[in-house]
Ligand binder design. Sequence first.
Ligand code: AMP
Ligand code: MG
Length: 350
Amino acid sequence: LKTPRIVLGIETSCDETGVALVDEEGRVLSHALYSQVDEHQAYKGVVPENAARAHLHHLDVLVKQALDEANLSLCDVDALAATGGPGLIGGVMVGVTYAKALAFSLQKPFLAVNHLAAHVLMIRLLHPVAFPFLTLLVSGGHCQLLCVRGLEDILVLGETLDDAVGECFDKCARLLGFPYPGGPAIEKAAIGGNPQALSLPRPFARDPHIQFDFSFSGMKAAFRRAVEIRLDQGPFPPSEISDYAASLQEAIIQALLSRSRHALEWAQQTIPAINHFIIAGGVAANQALRSRFEQLTKEYGVTCLAPPPSLCTDNGVMIAWAGIEKLKKGQLDSLDFKPRPRWPLGEKIR
Ligand code: AMP
Ligand code: MG
């Protein structure tokens, strides 16, 4: 009987240091995570140099923690996976160099994982989702609509032309006085608020030539203006903060829904085999967003799935699992792999 292979996954592309051990049958043997959020709080955002140093500082401890939790030693690990990009390059270099060094000393394969692909593939550890499927990837640095046809065969249907959706949440939350990251605070404040209190732009809503792309900079600017005008009249009572948060969340969700509806219509006509719509990335932790997408996809006979919130934000499990997907396909990387600050998932549809 062959024992399932085990991959150690390392995530260091932004402000979470994540380490996990996952086997090829999808069992999560351990999951260690250190969030640097508190360290960056004073700067109201992630400071790349500090993030890289913090990864370096915590990685060793987390690897030991992950091995202890799984009751394994390094000799039991069959391959080493690390985020190879895209991300803040200092952090990516820390993770890649660490994984390469282990791979070299243990004489085991090294796997360079595309961080975005890892967010997308995460769902396949949890549910039997076959290719092809549609994905809305929404995070602090990205906003993309994808048709995932295979492991390395991803068609980019649309993407943001300016800011990422998580960034819009975070910057607007800051205007309301919430600390970084602001997405969860907006979601909480929005409960019970009036989503029609503020009128915010719906980007490209009436432009037939832009079907799949997003834009959040106009929404962000309009929100800033509304807050500034309101603050001229004195401080916000909590109920009004709630209205502003609900209006922002509603505008963001509607922008995501309208593009995704076009993608579902496109899929119905071009790839009828699509049965799943996946939401991935940190913003997918938003419950209001999830339930609206469940309603939308039902209209098209498509099942909407998203990982649990703890696996939507950056973590080592998704890197280990994406490593397993590569390992199963024999897609190993050489120790010459160069960390990639940019690493597009695929070609954009024309
Ligand atoms: P990631 O870039 O994948 O690590 O995700 C981080 C981003 O997700 C940040 O911009 C957060 O504000 C955002 N985020 C996390 N939880 C939520 C939530 N419940 N609602 C909206 N945005 C969220
Ligand atoms: Mg991420």
